[in-house]
Write a protein that binds this ligand. Structure first.
Ligand code: G16
Length: 541
């Protein structure tokens, strides 16, 4: 074992979901090692403990896995469970941590961010509940990283991760396990595979799943094709280190091939995609997009139809910028709907305390208490199971939902890679204008409230402040501004627009047209064009 002297890096503060930087940054000598040692120091005594390790297979995954294994041995972990070839989707890693009662897990991923030598890399730590480390832990890791001056590593050959086998580094056991089987078994336990399979067999149900050359390919082949018999359901299923040069973000801008398929005359019943590490999902019907916020609400409203949730659900949670469609469902069910800051880590306490069963975010994330991460394949299976039960089209199910609960027109406008200083000024300026806004009218709509969102965790009373600026307008609209916590280049301003429409005759219209006035008001209030020097958003989802 070697103790290596190092100097602290000042920029190792985890964002919305772990530490994300350019690959080139992680390649700087000691950069990865410093952060990993900071995680281990935050855990404390690692002696005798079990760690889960895997990543989404992006460029640098292979190198980082070997380094982390050698550091885990030097830090005296007794065992590491690692996915074959160093691969685990984020949901699968969460499941493996829980199933094996591990101390925690390290997941190597920059999620939906592009990969390759010039792309992004990331590292996140999940705790023993299988969920992303809460703020108190990420803060501790960051603090340690600020003063770190040495790390430990075993000087040894690389470990062969290509075979399912057990090996050792010194005293530490390494179990290389199949990355897919445990997770596929869990899905089969939750959903009614025989029902889905018989619908598929009768020709009543088919799917196009776009794995975007990312981690879900092997999971999708096993689950959709092998276990459910959906031949040729998977496209872009071979994981590549650079995601084939694409942007593994399942949204209307980046899943072009899938969108074309779903617009074609032979479109399947369900179209879906997942992201780099398999926790996000996009749901499409034939020529029809389901917003993630609506998908969350529909999943919550229909959960009792699924085997796993037949007793009903105990509560729902959504992140603050997610539309309030789920709130309407909770209201009717007489259960609570929690509004949390952006970031899956804020759902962990609510799930552990059995306050919620279903949760989700506008950023294409949905999940339940089966693990402690959002889960892309789970959401697709939910929709498949729902289609098999209801025997209706995706569009009909959504329309029916709107008729019952009203429609929340919703869009997110992203201004990517803007100057960090300009983005901070914009937010600061907005913050200073808040007290003067209520009562003012913009383009015929009166502002009800204007505030900076903060959250007190109902379980441990921890407080998260400055989580985004919320503007509510009469009769029932919202505009939200926040800066992304997952980008690696400049700043990304996110503007979320939402307008509630209970009148059935005004539902199903073109979302972007309906939201034109709100987009204009957002610009009036925040002076976006002037301050960012951008004429329009770079991405609209
Ligand atoms: C991460 C978090 C999500 C969050 C999303 C967007 O997703 O896990 O909870 O909603 O980032 O964050 P931001 O708006 O700050 O960019 P992922 O899929 O990237 O891990």
């Amino acid at each position: 074992m070697k103790v290596i002297k190092t100097a602290a890096f000042q920029d190792q503060k985890p964002g919305t979901s772990g530490l994300r930087k350019k690959v080139t940054q992680f390649q700087i000598p000691h950069y990865l090692e410093n952060f990993v040692q900071s995680i281990f120091n935050a855990i404390g005594d690692c002696q005798g403990k079990l760690l889960v390790l895997g990543g989404d297979g992006r460029y640098y995954n292979k190198n980082a896995i070997q380094t982390i294994l050698k550091m885990a041995a030097a830090n005296k972990f007794s065992r590491v469970i690692v996915g074959q070839h160093g691969l685990f989707s984020t949901p699968a890693a969460s499941h493996i941590i829980r199933k094996n009662q591990a101390e925690g897990g390290i997941i190597l991923s920059a999620s939906h961010n592009p990969g390759g030598p010039n792309g992004d890399f990331g590292i996140k730590y999940n705790t023993s509940n299988g969920g992303p480390a809460p703020e108190i832990v990420t803060e501790a890791i960051y603090e340690i990283s600020q003063n770190i001056n040495e790390y430990c590593i075993v000087d040894t050959e690389n470990i062969d991760l290509s075979q399912i086998a057990t090996s050792k580094i010194g005293e530490m056991t390494i179990n290389v396990i199949d990355s897919v089987q445990d997770y596929a078994d869990l899905m089969q336990h939750i959903f009614d595979f025989s029902l889905i399979k018989s619908s598929v067999k009768s020709g009543a149900l088919n799917l196009c799943f776009d794995a975007m050359h990312a981690i879900t390919g092997p999971y999708a082949y096993e689950i959709f094709e092998n276990r459910l018999g959906m031949t040729n359901a998977v496209i872009n299923g071979i994981p590549l280190e650079d995601f084939g040069g694409g942007h593994p973000d399942p949204n209307l801008s980046h899943a072009e091939q899938l969108l074309q398929t779903m617009k074609s005359i032979n479109a399947p019943d369900l179209g879906a995609a997942s992201d780099g590490d398999g926790d996000r999902n996009m749901i499409l019907g034939r020529n029809f997009f389901v917003t993630p916020s609506d998908s969350l609400a529909i999943i919550a409203a229909n959960a009792h139809l699924m085997r796993e949730y037949r007793q009903g659900i105990c509560g729902i949670a959504r992140s603050m910028p997610t539309s309030r469609a789920a709130d309407k469902v909770a209201e009717r069910m007489g259960i609570e709907c929690f509004e949390t800051p952006t970031g899956w880590k804020f759902f962990g306490n609510l799930l552990d305390a059995n306050k919620i069963t279903i949760c989700g975010e506008e950023s294409f994330g949905t999940g339940s208490d089966h693990i402690r991460e959002k889960d892309g394949i789970w959401a697709v299976l939910f929709w498949l199971n729902l289609l098999a039960i209801k025997k209706q089209s995706v569009e009909d199910i959504v329309n029916q939902h709107w008729k019952t609960y009203g429609q929340h027109y919703y869009a997110r406008h992203d201004y990517e890679e803007i100057d960090i200083g300009k983005a901070k000024d914009l937010m600061q300026n907005l913050e200073e204008s808040l007290t003067g806004l209520p009562g003012k009218t913009f383009r015929g709509l009166e502002i009800k409230e204007a505030f900076n969102f903060s959250y007190t965790d109902p379980v441990d009373a921890s407080v998260a402040k400055n989580q985004g600026i919320v503007i509510t307008l009469k009769p029932d609209s919202r505009i939200i501004f926040r800066l992304s916590g997952t980008g690696t280049q400049g700043a990304t301003l996110r503007v979320y627009l939402e307008s509630y429409e209970p009148d059935q005759t005004k539902q199903g219209l073109n979302t972007h047209e309906v939201l034109v006035p709100l987009a204009a008001i957002a610009n009036d209030i925040a002076d976006i064009r002037q301050r960012t020097a951008r004429e329009k958003p770079s991405v609209i989802t």
